[in-house]
Design a binder for this molecule. Structure first.
Ligand code: KMH
Ligand code: ZN
Length: 280
């Protein structure tokens, strides 16, 4: 069998839902995000998945907050920056697209694109087809590639439909988001189905929620895939032990991937593997 490529580890640093009450280690300000991102890079991450918060900790998709965070991160390290377009449940499409207004040196390297609606705990993460198409169009207009976020298997089919309409290119990069209450489960059978169901030549990352996060790094490593870890999806390093920052989760993921024989991608290698354009 051909040697697996180096694993791209993405740190999902803050998300929109986790609070400081749940963990005091959640980075919120641009400086906190940048300091943790630099440690994540050192620990083996090639990319960060970025949301931003207002100073009071509430979720936001404001361009200026993203600009400040991206600048602070890039000042400290060379990690790739993937901005969220999911934001928090209930945000409008314009609000969600705030980071897609950043151009030039502030342009993100990649942006997420969720291709369907899903129950999200007791809420609904609303992604009607016209909304998805608008976000896909804006990502395309910015000249960056999407990461297709799949909270359920049908979202892979929707990526095919978007490609038919010229809104995304195939092969694409997919993220299997497994174990959100209301979405598809963190189960190895799901992982194997979803990766087998991808459009030819596509690459994938696996983001499993909560206690599944670190075990799924090993499953992804064995299968030649990539992993997302971080406080957005899981705040514990082990049962009852809070991770003292995203970097601890990245370090543990890196250790597990290496034990499975996988090298870790540098940002430059990740750029090549995920076919990303260089920032202007
Ligand atoms: N916060 C969730 C509602 C993304 O970043 O693209 C959506 C989310 C997905 O986190
Ligand atoms: Zn997110």
């Amino acid at each position: 069998m051909a040697q697996a490529p180096p694993m791209v580890i993405t740190a999902a640093m803050v998300g929109a839902e986790v609070t400081r009450e749940q963990t005091p280690y959640l980075p919120i300000t641009a400086l906190e995000l940048a300091e943790d991102a630099a440690k994540c890079r050192e620990a083996g991450a090639a990319m960060v998945h970025l949301h931003v918060r207002r100073p009071d900790g509430s979720p936001s998709q404001e361009a200026e907050l993203f600009r400040a965070a991206i600048r602070a991160i890039r000042e400290k390290c060379d990690v790739l920056v993937q901005t969220s377009t999911g934001g928090a449940v209930g945000m409008s499409v314009d609000e969600r697209c705030g980071p897609l207004t950043l151009t030039g040196a502030d342009r993100p390297d990649m942006a997420t694109l969720t291709t369907g609606t899903v129950n999200f705990g007791d809420d609904v993460f609303w992604n009607a087809r016209p909304l998805v198409r608008q976000i896909a169009q804006r990502i395309r207009a910015l000249g960056i590639r999407p990461e297709i976020e799949c909270f359920d298997a049908g979202m892979i089919d929707e990526a095919r439909a978007l490609a038919k309409d010229g809104l995304i290119e195939l092969p694409a990069h997919f993220d299997f988001v497994l174990g959100v209450p209301g979405g598809i489960a963190a189960d190895v059978r799901v992982l194997d189905f979803m990766r087998g169901y991808l459009p030819e030549g596509s690459s994938w990352t696996c983001a499993a929620m909560g206690r599944h996060q670190l075990p799924f790094v090993e499953l992804a490593a064995e299968r030649g895939g990539n992993s997302r870890v971080g406080l957005e999806d899981n705040i514990y390093l082990s049962k009852g032990v809070l991770a003292k920052g995203n970097y601890e989760l990245v370090a543990e993921a890196a250790k597990r991937a290496r034990l499975k024989g996988r090298a870790l991608a540098t940002p430059e290698e990740a750029r090549h593997l995920l076919r990303l354009r260089r920032a202007d």
